[in-house]
Design a protein around this ligand. Sequence first.
Ligand code: NAP
Length: 462
Amino acid sequence: MQRSLAAFKEYGKTPPTQRAAFLEQIAAQLESRREALVATAHEESRLPLPRLNGELTRTTNQLKMFARLVREGSWVEASIDKGDKDIRKMLVPLGPVVVFGASNFPFAFSTAGGDTASALAAGASVVVKGHSAHARTSEAVFGAVLDAIRESGVPEHTVQHVLGPGSTTGKALVMHPHTTGVGFTGSFSGGRALMRYAAERERPVPVFAEMSSINPVVLLPDTLHKNTAALVKTFAASITLGMGQFCTNPGLLLALESPALEVFLQQLGAEVSQAQAHDMLHSGIADSYAEGVKDMLDQEGIAVVQRGTGVIAKVAAAVFLRNPHFREEVFGPFSLMVVCKDKTEMTAVLENVKGQLTGTVMATEKDLEDHSDIIALQATLAGRVIINDAPTGVEVCNSMVHGGPFPATSDARFTSVGATAIKRWVRPVCFQGFPGHLLPEELQDGNPRKIWRLVNEQWLNT
Ligand code: NAP
């Protein structure tokens, strides 16, 4: 962390062009090692090769997206007021940050993944705590980052990499006085532990933890009746995608009781049981999935629809509402259908689930007209509300929100995917009465890059 602080003192001041070139250089280094990286990740994570190839492409695209953002420059939200006093503001990097690699994304949410890319774009230095489930992949990716550091001339310790148990190494990193922020994707208990450590420090720091989400999907009656086969295909694929090891996995389904719902459930069960099974990411996840399914199926009033590659179960809304256990995440290909007698029950169920990454509504035009209140309710629960699409598949773009109210994440004001993920690693600083030459380049008069969003001199004059 001392090295990270020393690196930050220089790296935090690098011009945007150099920072952008560094991010692009990391992408290029990863690309040049693609075959070896994908092979190692495949050995360690057991994830299929096409998925890993796609994930690596996503990772390099994220790095390039942040390079474009930094070059363009308006993300710093520079603003200048020339009223009675000269007051200017912009976002500046926090300092050294710690990033925990996630088990379920060996590339895109790990060593050179979205957390690291957004932090580096912001001007923060990074210490990565690699995940033990893909330690060799993590080290190989770090090798690519080291070459990029050398090529682009940024300070040697701008990015560092350590391996070790979370409860000792991870804790020490979060507790270290030089650490100014933490990024994490993983279990609720892990995320909560990091939040506790950070809060117990003499100087508490923010932890951006993405932890647990069951991503409720409401299947409205008209579409359930008219589009049964298409809904079965979409949700069987989404529930079993990557053996359900996605934070946006649809773990909770809601529908009104009807003959169409029974047909849907039977077909969904059959389709899910036929999906191709593969090993889970690591034995810990496999064990906790088996335990989670057992605990869930032990609850009173639950009925198994089908057990195969995935597990589909159902429960009456009244039973769901009496037992908080049904709101818990089972990480893997498990989905629970809550059968509601009427819209009042459906509303009560949604009001009783916790904060979510996503909320989905499957609907025809008629359904949308009849259920606008259900859509509004989903938006109060989740960071991303979806109409007529599966929640799995998170696109990396400016408008993406991959976040949501607790416990989906530790701070609903931020996203961990997309360009605005950079906001987690900055703070606003106001420069008052500064002579021009002492201002950051972004705030200087006549800055040729013209990135100011707001010059409110005129507001003050009127
Ligand atoms: P995890 O156990 O939370 O581990 C993630 C990282 O946090 C690891 O580096 C781990 O260190 C560290 N860690 C865990 N507990 C800690 C603690 N008390 N103090 C300090 N560091 C700690 O997550 P996982 O290995 O990815 O999978 C376990 C479970 O997490 C899954 O079964 C699933 O329930 C959940 N999960 C959820 C999501 C999601 O997006 N919602 C994604 C992945 C996993 P170690 O190296 O010591 O393990």
